[in-house]
Write a protein that binds this ligand. Sequence first.
Ligand SMILES: [Zn+2]
Length: 494
Amino acid sequence: MDANEEIKDSIKRNEREQESFSDEDEAVHSVRFKRKRANGTSAGGAVATGRGSGLYLDTIQRYMLDFDFEKVCSVSLSNLNVYACLVCGKYFQGRGPSSHAYFHSLHENHHVYVNLSTLKVYILPDSYEVTDSSLDDIKYVLDPRFTPAQVQALDKNSGQSYDLNRKPYIPGFIGLNNVKANDYVSVVIQVLAHIPPIRNFFMLENLNNKSELVKRFSTLIRKVWNPAAFKGQVSPHELLQEISNASNRKFKLTEQGDPLAFLSWFLNTLHKDLGGSKKKNSSIIYSTFQGEVSIESQPIETNLPKGTELAFDANQDVAKTTSPFLFLALELPPPPLFHDELEKNIIPQIPLTTILSKYDGKTIQESVADLKRFQIIRLPNYIIFHIKRFSKNNFVEEKNPTIVTFPIKNLSMADFISDAEREKALGFHYDLLANITHEGDPATPNSTSYKVHIQHRAKEQWYQIQDLFVEEINAQMIFLSESYIQVWERKAGV
Ligand SMILES: [Zn+2]
């Protein structure tokens, strides 16, 4: 039985159990409750007797439950000691007499509550804890957990799941709700949730004592891969709220932003929050994405005659430095200026390897006062390309529409590394893992959108994801869109 099946099966068993106990026989119900030992003398003196709670458990309305939103009391807005009413889905603080949850139980006759941090379920207003395996599916949706074997199996499963509405969905390939204008964040989350070492780390590590940002990111990734979700979609609302806080509102969910700026901030913040330092491999972020590039530079001679081709002067010193990178910036040539109507329809194209030649150690780049040459000296296992499409011109954002063409598999980086022999053992061929594209005119921000292409490994099928929309796409269609950020995965030694 594969990992998906295992999880779904245990939850189905609970569903069946629940169906077979749907009559109102209290005696039968009480048998199903594992009595809690008398040491359960926590606040409220809770002891699970199960008396009558079976009836209450039947009042739970799973389709009303959505645990993706910020866990704050709907009345007090406090985030301390918050419970979800399992009948209407609303959040309330506390459970003692005079608490908001307590009043809700009296006024609305809603009696079953789950504590959103301990996952313990209580009957109110009586305030006793209920432990029953029929509640496991709810706890799982709230906080999906995976074993290492289940995570290892994720890329081998090609089965689909069904949500509460019997709608099919593919675990790992579900849409993220666009709360307001957060597609620039969602595409980045989708990409990171599919990079195996990143995904596996955030699904399996105990991150309890890490930052709120790390914890919420981990929960969201586990929800994206949940094979037993109530809804075949997830809202990234909780993580977005924390991104906004942690970035001092630099990245908001109400305003379109730049996925590259977000990715850069997010990777660096996660690295820091996970205890990473300047050393290589000091966090899962660095050990996955960090490479190193060498930079040679020489001042530009000022008194050269006009039209002289720029070249390094062999008689002058060359300054050499190295610099770590998390992504590589690739420049596009300026788009040709068209003169007649006919030519207007021609969209320029350029091969990825041509723009990568910036890193061949020979191509000369002109910066403000220097000539520069770049070459990669250490390749990361996952290489991120930033295709520089956007430029500001008189404060108006302009986009270069050039299409970048590339092979989806087996991209060779051999020509862009300083020591091909050394990298050979690790491999210098890469397969495309994810492709973020931009659509629309950046000068009118409300008309633009970001999409992402990601491959399902077991099915070898590419998907296009835009907010909640997930659809199959032909691999040949991928390079027809305006790629903005790409992630490539190193193939084992070639
Ligand atoms: Zn309620």
